[in-house]
Ligand binder design. Structure first.
Ligand code: SAM
Length: 276
């Protein structure tokens, strides 16, 4: 039977190809911070991300450092359930050594999930945990779909929201955080990325915003104090600075996250434990 050709992601879903391209590039380094052998195949199936290479250059090692940071946070959490919110072309289900019995859920837009599942099948990828991909719009009722797929709100979960909040309007981000909290049993953890207003306003970011606007992937929100913000939703959060991450992993501080170059502008990397 003839296979239907995969439709490469477009719009905001295409930003996932940009991040996968950074991980594919990292895979070519001997001193890589993680292994992602599927990333290059996924990018190729998406028709490359060369048109977004300017964004990658500007980010420097930020995408790579954040990937390693969230890998470590998720494995340290050791929760029986993992929820990767806006998973994009994330392949953690296939590349991290999960504790036996881990169930992992990936949420993203239907067109992205369809493309990814086809591409992973073509690449012969085999998950290292019990993985379920859930097509949904995170501005709508995704908790019902997650629970129908087998998520148990009575057991601890490790949540990851990487590279999403800035694309959501503030009210949708607030609803998302509300539901993550409502579904989180004691002992759950949450790791996330966001940006502050000064970061959105950086002159260096103007071409990125112009490019994303043409892709219908406009940045719509920011947060000034992630610890206070997360506290309001029942999470005790810690922020890790890229300067420390870069030092930990022997990399140069990405210029876009170097306070000596960007002043008060911040890309927040935070991890939190459920208190509420
Ligand atoms: C920058 S990518 C990050 C992907 C992944 N977390 C990573 O770091 O590789 C943003 C992702 O958010 C997803 N996304 C954006 N808005 C969404 C929405 N309303 N519902 C579901 N997914 C959404 C996109 O499809 C895309 O996969």
């Amino acid at each position: 039977m003839k296979r239907v050709l995969q439709r490469p992601p477009v719009g905001v879903a295409r930003t996932a190809v940009l991040i996968a391209a950074a991980r594919a590039q990292e895979q070519g380094r001997l001193d890589r911070l993680f292994d992602d052998p599927l990333a290059a195949g996924l990018v190729k199936a998406a028709g490359s991300a060369d048109d977004l290479s300017g964004v990658r250059t500007l980010a420097g090692d930020h995408f790579v450092l954040r990937t390693r940071y969230f890998d470590d946070e998720l494995l340290t959490s050791a929760a029986p359930q993992v929820v990767i919110v806006a998973a994009g072309l994330d392949t953690r289900a296939f590349r991290l050594q999960w504790p036996p019995g881990t169930t992992l859920f990936e949420l993203d837009l239907p067109e992205l999930v369809e493309f990814k599942e086809d591409a992973l099948r073509d690449l012969g990828a085999k998950p290292l945990c019990d993985r379920t991909a859930i097509p949904c719009d995170l501005r709508e009722d995704w908790p019902t779909a997650l629970i129908r797929a087998g998520f148990d709100p009575g057991r601890p979960a490790a949540w990851l929201v990487e590279g999403l909040f800035m694309f959501l309007p503030p009210d949708a981000g607030a609803r998302l955080l509300h539901w993550v909290g409502a579904l989180s049993a004691p002992g759950s953890t949450l790791a996330l990325e966001h940006v502050n207003r000064a970061f959105r306003g950086l002159p260096q970011m103007r071409p990125v915003h112009r490019r994303f606007d043409t892709m219908d992937a406009r940045w719509q929100s920011d947060v000034e104090d992630p610890v206070e913000w997360l506290d309001g939703y029942g999470w005790d959060a810690t922020v890790t600075h890229q300067v420390d991450l870069a030092a930990r992993h022997g990399r140069a501080v990405p210029a876009i996250t170097d306070p000596r170059k960007v002043g008060a502008a911040r890309i927040w990397l935070a991890s939190a434990v459920r208190t509420g």
